[in-house]
Design a binder for this molecule. Structure first.
Ligand SMILES: [Zn+2]
Ligand SMILES: [Zn+2]
Length: 347
């Protein structure tokens, strides 16, 4: 029997990989999204009916930062309309995270600890509501969808409120973020590949917001709907086959390549060398939970790790292929592993 071993969980704080894409004052990207974000089209797992005929949305929240049921219902209606999931879309309010824990934990740590993942046979979105005001080490941040390395997660800081904006438009904000993860505005024909240039579209990077309308009982933004271009994007994705090498393995979003598999979670990239018959899903889950409770507990970081189930020759071949992967963290993991393999054993 070939044992799968997880070689040293390498915790690297890789600022280059972590930073979001640079945007100009108008909120649009200064450069196109990197290839590692776009080439594998992971949003198609959520858009089309194969291989997953249903979509499961897990919503975790720090106590006191919970989204309203109305916001979740609005998102559920949106996903049911814009994704081809004949067996349904289920939005589940899952864990309530104690504020005492959130007061000193990094966002990565909370996500890696509480994210449970989808039941078998479902595509998956993960949503975490928190409040950066609880933790002096956190900065306030915009609500955002993550497009790499785990392009199925949304993080909403309830402390980002801008005089009521976050609470008043919470449902639209959530819909905007979820739409990122089902391919809205991914077409650079009417935007930058992430957001839409139509000023009145829900996928524009900025909301036009008139707070005085709230007192009058009116909707304080004209951006309540997707423009025809964004609707056309999502319609096109619904009929575009998802890449056959993508799937969820437990909570991991996995990409199978010749000789190796790339498994991701928020801020986590695991490279498995060799046969997929022995993917170390449970071991990886445990290793990531330990990292969330240990080194990542109070500071943001990026996990890179490698496992192998092949003989040395298979492994060498897989490493050569992984060293040319389109995603930088995969190439980096292959390099670190190769260096560690060549190093003399500790005496
Ligand atoms: Zn956005
Ligand atoms: Zn649009």
């Amino acid at each position: 029997m070939v044992m799968t071993r997880i070689t040293g969980l390498i915790l690297a704080l890789l600022a280059v990989l972590l930073t979001g894409c640079a945007t100009g004052p108008d909120g649009f990207l200064k450069e196109p999204l990197p290839q590692e974000v776009t080439f594998w089209q992971p949003w198609l797992l959520n858009s089309v009916r194969a291989p997953y005929r249903k979509l499961y949305v897990e919503v975790d929240a720090v106590q006191g930062a919970e989204p309203s049921r109305a916001w979740l219902d609005e998102m559920a209606r949106f996903l049911k309309t814009q994704c081809d999931k004949p067996d349904g879309v289920r939005v589940v309010a899952s864990d309530r995270i104690p504020p005492a824990e959130a007061a000193s934990a990094s966002i990565t740590s909370l996500a890696l600890r509480y994210l449970d993942g989808p039941p078998a046979g479902s595509a998956f979105l993960y949503i975490l509501y928190y409040n950066s005001a609880l933790n002096p080490a956190l900065k306030t941040s915009n609500p955002h969808a993550v497009v790499f390395p785990y392009p199925c997660a949304v993080f909403v800081d309830r402390n980002y409120n801008e005089a009521g904006f976050g609470d008043v438009l919470g449902g639209l904000i959530l819909k905007h973020e979820a739409a990122h993860l089902v391919g809205a505005a991914r077409n650079p024909g009417h935007g930058d590949g992430a957001h839409c240039r139509n000023r009145h579209c829900l996928m524009n990077p900025a909301f036009l917001y008139a707070p005085e309308m709230v007192a009058l009982g009116m909707v304080p933004t004209p951006q309540t709907e997707f423009c025809p271009d964004c609707l056309a994007d999502m319609a096109r994705w619904r009929t575009t086959p998802a890449p056959a090498n993508l799937r969820f393995d437990g909570p991991f979003l996995s990409r199978r390549e010749q000789g190796y598999t790339v498994m991701t979670l928020p801020n986590t990239v695991h490279l498995h060398l060799g046969s997929t018959a022995s993917l170390p899903v449970a071991q990886m889950r445990e290793a990531v939970r330990q990292a969330a409770a240990g080194p990542l507990r109070s500071r943001e970081g990026f996990i890179l790790s490698v496992s192998s189930s092949g003989d040395p020759m298979t492994e060498r071949f897989a490493l050569q292929l992984a060293a040319r992967d389109p995603a930088a963290p995969v190439r980096q993991a292959a390099k670190l592993y190769t260096t560690a393999r060549l190093a003399p054993p500790p005496s």
